[in-house]
Design a protein around this ligand. Sequence first.
Ligand SMILES: [Zn+2]
Length: 71
Amino acid sequence: MNDLLPILLILFALWWFWRKGRETPWHKSQDRQPPEIIPCTRCGTYIPRSEATMVSGRAYCCREHSARDTR
Ligand SMILES: [Zn+2]
């Protein structure tokens, strides 16, 4: 039974950090809406619009894909 207490403490700490990490950013951020997720035109990987490479109205996950798909 002596081994049980540290495990419970670790689990509690993990749960606490997980809760805190999950809740804090949304309350602090000024806009509560989550980032818009869009698919890469080439490979279909979903990425936030702010991180997407936009080429002529189409979104790509990286420069390599935007370059390959340009005609
Ligand atoms: Zn891609």
